[in-house]
Ligand binder design. Sequence first.
Ligand SMILES: [Zn+2]
Ligand SMILES: [Zn+2]
Length: 259
Amino acid sequence: MLVDAHCHLTGSYLAAEQVEATLVRARAHGVCGFIAVGTDLEDSRAVLALAAQTPGVQASLGVHPHEAKSWTPEVGAELALLLADPAVRFVGETGLDWHYDLSPRLEQEHAFRAQIRLAKALGKPLMIHTRSAPQATLQILEEEGAAAVRGIIHCFSEDQAFARRALDLGFFLSFSGIATFKKAEAVRQVAAWAPADRILVETDAPFLAPVPYRGKPNEPGFVRFTAEAVAELRGIPPQKLAELTTRNLEALCGWAPSS
Ligand SMILES: [Zn+2]
Ligand SMILES: [Zn+2]
């Protein structure tokens, strides 16, 4: 039994009428748990509604760094109300994206720090997105005391030095389809090396489909291929990798799918 630790199942990412069939296909691949992630206030509302009515789906709500320009005190207050729901297991995705720079960097930092504080106030772990800003991301997590709540470095795409500092903060590393790409040597090396009790797998669907579906739309069932690749890198059976990643998610957020 596998859990997809980060996927997008709402709004512009997946049409509502396709959700059920997508999750049926995922279960056929042995994927029974899904952390559905919201990227702005409106999407977070949709994710929470989906989690409330869909067995096996739990929520991660936040404002993505791309959407940080939408952050206001009112958005923060509204988000805080949604985050209090027990089906919400993570705060985010939040973090820094200096690759696309779709929001000004200062606004990304402001929304990031505010969401870390919300996570600490609620006692819920963080879902971190970081791209082309490794040092700033780690520095903010350290300065804000994110170790108190821990969280996931989602779609891990950094190196071992970054991984060490994230692990020191108590964070978990979630591997995506990138771990199936032969040329992604640094990520594959970390996937082989990271402590067994700190690794997770995800799709980030609809993005970043793993081999053999690379370049096609991704869906949660395909986390199976990433899990198989990570298991091979670590020299363990896929079944074992499935067990430990499911157990790790439960250790971090207190939830595991029931079947
Ligand atoms: Zn992300
Ligand atoms: Zn995402």
